[in-house]
Ligand binder design. Structure first.
Ligand code: FPP
Length: 240
């Protein structure tokens, strides 16, 4: 499909699966798969921007990932911290705004500080928004949003009958941003795994057998082409 014919999804979300399997197939430690995966995210962010995608959201660490061996949890946290520290300059140069979604109360002080610095430094950028999910779970996010709404009711800011979809969405981690148009999951499994549950009500799903460390711009373009073949009706009779 040519660039002119292609309709580019505004918001693309990715479940970057298969780092471990990619490493195992090569006789490498799992953490090498994650390290390679982190390089791939940086490249895909540039490709997404180049293709005209406005928001890219990636699932880097789920609320369930804490159950992995301590050494892997530490390696992933270090990788994320290193990315946040070392790419501020690149994000500024490329006009990328970074936002972290998820519950940061369980993250180390050091990581929280890296997040604060990255978010504050890039807050004024007007290019692609890069959302990284860290200690993120869709159900956990809904619970936190509902709690915040309940606080509004308790304090008298909101009446129970004023609890609407918009009121709940306003308290999710992605508040103010559009829902994903396309969700990609790599490496074969076809499930959502607690990612963006609230936001993906009408998201188009795309699954590929390619492991995340092997994911390329061509694979992203394939996913966008598949998205172009979908008939999005949002529960109605024809596309909005
Ligand atoms: C899933 O593969 C991947 C993860 C749990 C971690 C994803 C994190 C990164 C790619 C690094 C993110 C870095 C930045 C800069 C955002 P898996 O380990 O579950 O693979 P497996 O299913 O083959 O074992």
């Amino acid at each position: 499909m040519s660039e002119e014919e292609r309709r580019v999804p505004g918001h693309v979300a990715i479940i970057m699966d298969g780092n471990g399997r990619w490493a195992k197939r090569r006789g490498l430690p799992r953490n090498m798969g994650h390290a390679r995966g982190a390089q791939v995210v940086e490249q895909i962010l540039e490709d997404a921007d180049d293709l005209g995608i406005r928001v890219l959201t990636v699932y880097a660490f789920s609320t369930e990932n804490w159950t992995r061996p301590q050494s892997e949890v530490t390696a992933l946290m270090n990788l994320l911290n290193r990315y946040l520290r070392s790419s501020v300059g690149k994000c500024m140069k490329n006009n990328v705004r970074v936002r972290i979604i998820g519950d940061r109360t369980k993250l180390s002080d050091e990581l929280v500080e890296s997040i604060r610095n990255m978010e504050e430094t890039t807050a004024g950028n007007t290019g692609i928004l890069f959302q990284i999910a860290i200690n993120y779970g869709g159900r956990d996010e809904i619970v936190r949003a509902v709690r915040a709404v309940a606080e509004d009711v308790r304090s008298g800011v909101l009446k129970p009958e004023e609890i609407t979809e918009e009121a709940i969405a306003a308290h999710t981690d992605t508040a103010g941003e559009p829902d994903p148009d396309l969700l990609i999951r790599t490496c074969g499994d076809e499930r959502i795994s607690n990612f963006l549950l609230w936001q993906s009500a009408y998201t188009e799903l795309y699954f590929t057998d390619v492991a995340w460390p092997d994911f390329t711009r061509e694979e992203l373009e394939k996913a966008i082409d598949a998205y172009n073949g979908r008939d999005r009706r949002f529960g109605g009779l024809k596309e909005k």
